[in-house]
Structures are given as C-alpha cells and as structure tokens.
Design a protein around this ligand. Structure first.
Ligand code: ADP
Length: 559
C-alpha cells in the first residue's frame, strides 16, 4: 500500500499562488487589502460599507456530531467543500478560525484542515500567523496593567481587589499560571492580590473581536467589559478606566480579516478563534460577512459538535453579525458513530455494523437540532481509508430511509475532487429546500427559559438544576439588566449531556449549572456546567517534542 503523507508534507509540496493573485480572483482593488509577506494578506473591513449594495452569497455552516478525542474533520470538510464548490464552478470563499499556539504545542493535530484539504501556509497559520493573537494578548494584559495601576495610584474607583474578574492571558498551555499572586515586593510594586492566567482564546477580547461589526462596535463592546466590583458591590467597566480607546488602538490591525488560500488556491479567510465552551467558537463575523460579499458561497465552521458550535453560531453569531445562514453541513465519521454505539477507541478500525447502527441516534439528534432551527441540511460522511464499503452503505441507506440528504466526502484523500458529490448536493439542497431559519429562543425570554430551551430542544435533556451560587448569580444578572443577552453554555463536547461518558443519545438527563458569568462586552451569558478549564495544561508527551527547524529553515514535525 502507498504510504500516507503527513499534513505538513502535503502542505510543503503545494504550489501556492502569490496572495495578490488570490486578491485579484476575489476582485479586490489594491486599496482594500495589504500584503503580509508573499502568501498572506489583510483585507480591510472598510470594504464592507463599499459593497453595501451587493447581494450576499449563501452562508453555509459546517458542524458535526459529538466528536471523539481525535476530532471529526470539520475543518477538513470545510476546506474540502470550498475547494469542491470551486471545482463545480461556484465562486466560493472559506472562513475558518485561527489556531491557538497552546494546543498546537500540546496535542497532535493542527487546525488548518488535513490531507488534501488544507489552508496554507500551514506553518504560519499554526504558529504566529499575522500576529492577531499577540495583539489580543497585549490588549488584554494592557487592561490588567491599567487596572493594577489604578489601584496602586490611589484606587479612586474604590475597586475591591478581591473582586477583580479580569485575569491575565497568554497563548500557551501553562497550568502553572492558573493561580498566581501579583504585586509582591513592597509598596513600590503595586498592591498584592490573587490573579490568574487564561489562554488567549478564552479572553473576552477574542470573543469581542469575533463578534464586532466594525471598529466602532469593537470599541463599544470593549468599553462595556466588566472587570471588577467596588467595595459597595457596584460593577466596574472598562469605560470607568477610560481605556477603551487605547485597547481598540492595540487591535487596529487584528480586526482586519486574514486572507490565505487552500492547497487548490481557493480563497480562505482565517480570522479569530474564540473557545467553543466559554465563548461562541466561530471565526470573526467580519471574515464571514466579507467572504459572503466576495463569493457566491461562504463556508464557515463552528467548534465542537452541533449541540455547542452550531447552536451558538445560530443563536449568538448570526444575531451579532446579522448573518443569514442558508444551510448546514453535518459531518459524521464512521468511527465516531461506532464510538457512540459503544466501541472503545481501540476497536474502531474493525467493521462493526451493530455498533454503527446503535450509534446513528447521535447523528439523528443533531439532525433534529438543525431542523428545529428551520434550516436545510446535508449529512457529510468524512471518509477514512479503513471505513468498509458495507459501513458506508449502512450510513447512506439509513439517511435515505429517513429522508436525510447525504454524501460521502473524500476530500482528505483527494481534495476538491473528492467533495464534488457533496458540493452538488449542498447546492441542490439550498435551491430546493425551504429555509425557515429562526433562532431557538427570543432574547427577552428569561435566562432560565433560554437555558431550558437549549437543554430540551438541542441536548434532548429533561431538566436543569442550579447550584446555590448559580442562583445568586442569576439574580445579579437580572438586577444588572444583562438577562437580555443570548446564552453561551460551556459543556463537555463529547456528550449531549454534561457527562462526557454518556455517548449516543442519552435521555431524561438533567443539566447541572454550576456557575454563570456575564460577558457583557461580548454580549452573552456564559453558563458553566461541570469544571471548565480556561487555561489548559500540556500532556506528558507534548507535540512540541516532534517539532524542529533544519539549517535551511524548513519546518518539521508540525503535524
Ligand atoms: P475538527 O475540525 O473536527 O477538529 P480537523 O478537520 O481539524 O477536525 O481534523 C482533525 C485531524 O484529523 C486532522 O489531523 C486531520 O488531518 C485528520 N483527518 C480529518 N479527516 C480525515 C480523514 N478522512 N482521514 C484521515 N484523517 C483525517
């Protein structure tokens, strides 16, 4: 059998076009974009207002069933579908999240697609790229510095140092920084207090950058971020420190979407990357909106499975960005379906039609979710080379018997060529099926009702219970008038419930809300179930151990 090339070997043998050629392909004039080296560019957000009169292309969201630890190939299918649509003559643009350095150095697996469906240059995209994450890290930590300085200089706002809710961030997995004490060393070195670090993708500024419609909106959202409480218990916002202008300035380049290309020279925006648990898990609305203006189709993805990513895209992102989605592609893999049917990780390479049959209920639940949003959908089977023909036939027959449009995707093996059938089906489905898109709940429903709606209609659960702490926080959210925001539930991605061990389609479960937090700037209420890690740790054998660069500057071991 032929040897399988690694993602980086495939990426390094790709023939890239100069980014100016990709900009030309999109019809961008010179004033609306700026090169960042040979193969990267930033496209100015100002072009949106210039294209006001132009109709939007169709926005297609790629989501998946509940993933297994390896990832189900959403990014891969997103990139491959974009390539395939171009192959069948549809002008298509892709929008993806930027990978975070922490997980890149930690776990194996990049975040720029895989096989013959990747965005390139993958070395840059997976490392420092155009510096957006560093700008966000700096803006975030600048706010910490302004806050500590305010307290040091006399604390005119009467901030209670024990009730500061603004932590510091770093774009690395560094568990030793989760809890720290700052301000040690005597009176010239600030006021001692407890602090901690989150990873940059967990920063509220990351979520804000990704939900802002323009620079004004960015500034408005930054200015209303909650950072602390006073000794009287009153909230303190960024605007009280009067630093929203400086913070916006630090993001003046980061706000413009990054343009790159796929292995087949399809234009792709890679911009922003908020967590999919305590944030909404989608690339910037600006990248999606600009891409939709420039193409007839725009393919984007959202983190984790449809219970988290798609729900948040449809309830949070589309509202913030005034985005009108046309269809959803639900990615499933045979191996994940078999895991939902009860197999362990080591048993997945063997044919097992019974386990597969049992696992189909997980896919069925996510299909129901998309139906409850009123959107047309297509199931994409992300094909692995060890999937058997009988297994593939089982899934396609099941879909046909239940009236679900389905296509096999071989984009990982074949690039766009392997996704033509899927592309054709997506186009036909959008043309044929009616679109009655509507978010799941109304913004003026109570927070409890919004949570109940997601738990019962998306997760398939029965009840929600609240810790005493969560009850207190619900009250304070209401008192402060933040209950009009959409909700953003942080939950395990592996199960529809809040217990990662309950695979398949669990029934009659209760979701346990431990804590709530208002992300006032981003404009959502984070609802935490279980323990949510906002600063990951590194595994015993971090992926970094395989990474190197040779004397000629060639990158090795980056997946
Ligand atoms: P997700 O976006 O769902 O997390 P990715 O698209 O990033 O998943 O894929 C995760 C990993 O799995 C990548 O390393 C990718 O190369 C690999 N992968 C995806 N699809 C396939 C496939 N069909 N066959 C083999 N490997 C795949």
């Amino acid at each position: 059998s032929k040897t399988v090339k690694s993602d980086i070997e495939i990426a390094q043998s790709a023939v890239l076009k100069p980014i100016s050629k990709i900009a030309d392909q999109l019809g961008l004039d010179e004033s609306s974009w700026e090169p960042y080296g040979r193969y990267k560019a930033k496209v100015s957000v100002n072009i949106l207002s210039k294209m006001n009169g132009k109709a939007d292309g169709k926005v297609i969201l790629v989501t998946s069933i509940n993933p297994t630890p390896a990832g189900e190939g959403k990014s891969t299918v997103t990139v491959g579908l974009g390539q395939a649509l171009n192959k069948i003559g549809k002008r298509t643009v892709i929008a993806l999240r930027e990978p975070s350095l922490g997980p890149t150095m930690g776990m194996k697996g990049g975040a720029a697609g895989g096989g013959y469906a990747q965005v390139v240059p993958m070395e840059d995209i997976n490392l420092h790229f155009t510096g957006d994450f560093h700008a966000i890290t700096t803006a975030h930590n600048a706010l910490s510095a302004f806050l500590d300085n305010h307290i040091h200089q006399g604390n005119a706002l009467n901030i209670d140092a024990r009730r500061i809710v603004w932590k510091r961030v770093l774009d690395l997995n560094d568990r030793a920084l989760r809890h720290v004490i700052v301000g040690l060393g005597g009176r010239t070195n600030s006021v001692p207090r407890e602090d901690g670090f989150d990873i940059t993708v967990a920063s509220e500024i990351m979520a804000i950058l990704c939900l802002s419609e323009d620079i004004e909106d960015l500034k408005k959202r930054l200015s209303r971020m909650l950072i602390a409480y006073t000794y009287e218990g009153a909230p303190v916002f960024v605007r009280d420190l009067k630093v929203e202008g400086a913070l916006t300035l630090l993001l003046k380049d980061a706000i413009h979407p990054n343009l790159v290309q796929t292995l087949e020279n399809t234009p792709a925006f890679v911009h922003g990357g908020p967590f999919a648990n305590i944030a909404h898990g989608c690339n910037s609305v600006l990248a999606t909106k600009i891409g939709a203006k420039l193409g007839d189709y725009l393919i984007t993805e959202a983190g984790f499975g449809a219970d988290l990513g798609a729900e948040k895209f449809l309830d949070i992102t589309t509202r913030a960005g005034h985005i009108d989605p046309s269809a959803v592609v639900i990615v499933a893999t045979i191996r994940a379906l078999k895991m939902h049917g009860g197999l362990t990780k080591d048993e997945l390479k063997h044919e097992d039609l019974d386990a597969l049959a049992r696992g189909m209920e997980n896919l069925a639940c996510h299909i129901d979710t998309i139906k409850s949003f009123g959107l047309p959908y297509v199931v994409a089977i992300n094909h692995f080379i060890f999937d058997t023909d009988r297994e593939v036939a089982y899934v396609t027959d099941w879909c046909a018997a239940n009236g679900h449009p389905v296509a096999l995707s071989k984009v990982w093996e074949q690039g766009g060529e392997g996704g033509k059938e899927l592309a054709q089906l997506v186009v036909e489905t959008i043309e044929k099926e009616e679109n009655h898109f509507k978010p799941l709940y109304e913004l003026n429903d109570s927070v409890e009702d919004k949570i109940k709606a997601v738990v019962t209609k998306v997760y398939g659960g029965k009840d929600v219970d609240y810790s005493p702490k969560a009850r207190k926080q619900l009250k304070s959210i209401k008192q402060n008038g933040w209950d009009q925001f959409p909700i953003c539930i942080a939950k395990t991605q592996y199960s529809l419930s809040d217990n990662p061990k309950l695979l398949g389609r669990p029934k009659d479960f209760t979701i346990h809300v431990r804590e709530l937090k208002a992300s006032v700037g981003a404009g959502f209420i984070v609802v935490m179930t279980g323990n949510v890690l906002t600063m990951p740790g590194l595994p015993k054998q971090p992926a970094a151990l395989n990474m190197d660069i040779d004397k000629d500057g060639n990158v090795v071991g980056l997946f």
